[in-house]
Design a binder for this molecule. Sequence first.
Ligand code: DON
Length: 308
Amino acid sequence: MAKVITTHLLESILAEVKPLIGQGRVADYIPALAAVSPYKLGIAISTVEGQHFCAGDASERFSIQSISKVLSLIVAMNHYPEDEIWQRVGKDPSGQPFNSLVQLELEQGKPRNPFINAGALVVCDMLQSRLSAPRQRMLEIVRQLSGAKDIGYDSVVARSEFEHSARNAAIAWLMKSFGNFNNDVSVVLQNYFHYCALQMSCVELARTFLFLADKGKARHLSEPVITPLQSRQVNALMATSGMYQSSGEFAWRVGLPAKSGVGGGIVAIVPHEMAIAVWSPELDSTGNSVAGVAALERLTQQPGHSVF
Ligand code: DON
């Protein structure tokens, strides 16, 4: 299959999608995110053969936001038997905005999937029960996977989120009322907001997530991150629920397992081939990066890049 990635290809894709800047809106429900320039645009690719390509603002760090929901699930998979995770959180698309409460009430406090806020909060609750220092553990993991020892949390973003946490707190308390939340709500919210406030670049994200293209194995680590089966499962969840309520539309346009964040980042996986990270802060009405999705769409127009 023709899958030739070059820096020139990435640069030309960014040039093609740049005119879309102006069509979306930078997330402003968290004041610290609203301050980011809408003109940032970057892309990075890491391949299972060990090649790395990037273009634009690919080395600039940004708030990875909900992309962290994949990482917290991976940590939970490392610490819990399968059944314990999936009896507390489902595996199906929600079809609802990421911070919706409606379904949660109707479905007795069991979130549809780990990539909506409710699901990620349950996962963070599980990590709080099992780990002595969940925030430190997450830093160790992303530093190890990316190779960047100075990755950290943006404390301004984390604080800003905590100060505007009414909806997430409501979600957590609703789950507590159904017996699906064990720890102190504000402690778990703090962990969750810190995970969202991880600052990483496209280059670091592509390197970090490459194990999902390589059966759960990071080439530079002796131990697998997760098993090949778990890697397949996480890819399946990303393909069905990674892009909020636009996951179907995204599968139609792009056709890759992916996870977005309201910081404007998207990580996409070409199984057995590569991990791709894009960043453009302006979002569409569902919370996905407008130019980021368009860049991935152009990339998958290269023959062979979609899973479908
Ligand atoms: O919980 C929030 O409001 C955000 N930090 C969520 C981040 C995001 O990207 C949307 N998520 N599912």
